[in-house]
Ligand binder design. Structure first.
Ligand SMILES: NC(=O)c1ccc[n+]([C@@H]2O[C@H](COP(=O)([O-])OP(=O)(O)OC[C@H]3O[C@@H](n4cnc5c(N)ncnc54)[C@H](O)[C@@H]3O)[C@@H](O)[C@H]2O)c1
Ligand SMILES: O=C(O)[C@H](O)[C@@H](O)[C@H](O)[C@H](O)COP(=O)(O)O
Length: 285
């Protein structure tokens, strides 16, 4: 993401120096050299894996940066991390913004959807960078200043929760079509939903693309990872008593995808046998 964002910013005429621990893609050998290479007041955009890595990069930068600099966390950090980072930097008169970024590998060409949290003066200062990253057109169609520190990542978390639910619904529709003999043209069905239907969307377009590339999805295992946003969305749903059955089911479906031999389902089968004498399927058959 950071690599592509650097390219998009440079294409817009913005001077960017990038640091990555991977020597093949970095402009400078370490964070100290990055800070030396950028004239103050600096805008530093952090785009690394969330959690411990983001935390250690921001902590190291808090020592290296100077008063008047501005740090943006554009990764998928949990919103609860932002307050801590904002306060640590504010103690040194360094500004902090959290910006949820959406668009994946397509953002380089298409631009990124952006949702910012932080003070208005910091957002105003970052606007040239935000404008270069987002798609062309009306700012309000691809950028929002959601609120104070943490609001950008909260909005991105909910965006990703929705992403889980949408993907799961499309995927279940795919299986329903794939299992039915009367459906003679499955890819054609999705293709024909791309224009005019109620369920047309970019995710649907990507589903058509995935089936073009691999009609039976033969090359892909049925194992799905998650990197936190779905879990945090469900935790927020519980904390605020918001019913979120679709997003929760989508998250749990990913957990199920990782089990070859589910202990819970073995137990359901064992209990049916215990109380009803129902047949169980022998292991390995
Ligand atoms: N991939 C996406 O579609 C997407 C979209 C929006 C947001 N995000 C978020 O953006 C962030 C980056 O995502 P990504 O997909 O580019 O991840 P990635 O793992 O592909 O790339 C992360 C980069 O950070 C570098 N890195 C790791 N530790 C480092 C350190 N300590 N110092 C310097 N560089 C370090 C790695 O070498 C790598 O080049 C994550 O927080 C992710 O959740 C990803
Ligand atoms: O809006 C986006 O561009 C995506 O949501 C992006 O942020 C990324 O692909 C997710 O981090 C995947 O999240 P999971 O690993 O939880 O599916």
């Amino acid at each position: 993401m950071g690599f592509n964002m650097r390219a998009r910013l440079r294409a817009a005429g913005i001077d960017v120096t990038g640091y990555d621990r991977n020597p093949d893609v970095t402009d400078v050998p370490n964070l100290a050299e990055l800070v030396k290479a950028v004239p103050s007041p600096r805008l530093i955009w952090v785009m690394v894996p969330s959690g411990e890595i983001t935390n250690s990069v921001i902590t190291e930068l808090s020592v290296l940066l100077e008063p008047g600099d501005l740090l943006v966390d554009g990764g998928n950090s949990r919103f609860t991390e932002d307050q801590k980072h904002g306060e640590m930097l504010a103690a040194k008169n360094i500004g902090f913004m959290d910006v949820g970024v959406s668009g994946g590998v397509w953002g380089l060409e298409n631009g990124y959807g952006l949702m910012a949290g932080g003070a208005k003066e910091d957002v105003d200062r970052a606007l040239p960078v935000l404008d270069a990253l987002r798609p062309e057109g009306d700012r309000a169609d691809s950028f929002v200043h959601v609120g104070g520190v943490g609001a950008g990542h909260y909005a991105k978390m909910v965006h990703n929760g929705i992403e889980y639910g949408l993907m799961q619904a499309y995927a279940e529709g795919y299986e329903l079509l794939a299992k039915k003999e009367i459906i003679e043209d499955l890819p054609g069905t999705f293709r024909a939903w791309q224009k005019g239907t109620v369920v047309r969307s970019w995710l649907l377009d990507l589903m058509v693309k995935a089936l073009d590339e691999d009609p039976g999805l033969e090359s892909i295992d049925d194992y799905v990872e998650d990197s936190g946003e779905g879990r945090w969305t469900v935790e927020e749903a519980i904390a605020n008593a918001v019913p979120a059955p679709a997003i929760t089911a989508a998250l749990f479906a990913r957990f199920s995808s990782r089990e070859d031999n589910s202990p819970a389902m073995k137990m359901v089968s064992a209990l049916r046998h215990q109380f009803g004498g129902h047949a169980t399927k022998p292991a390995g058959s």
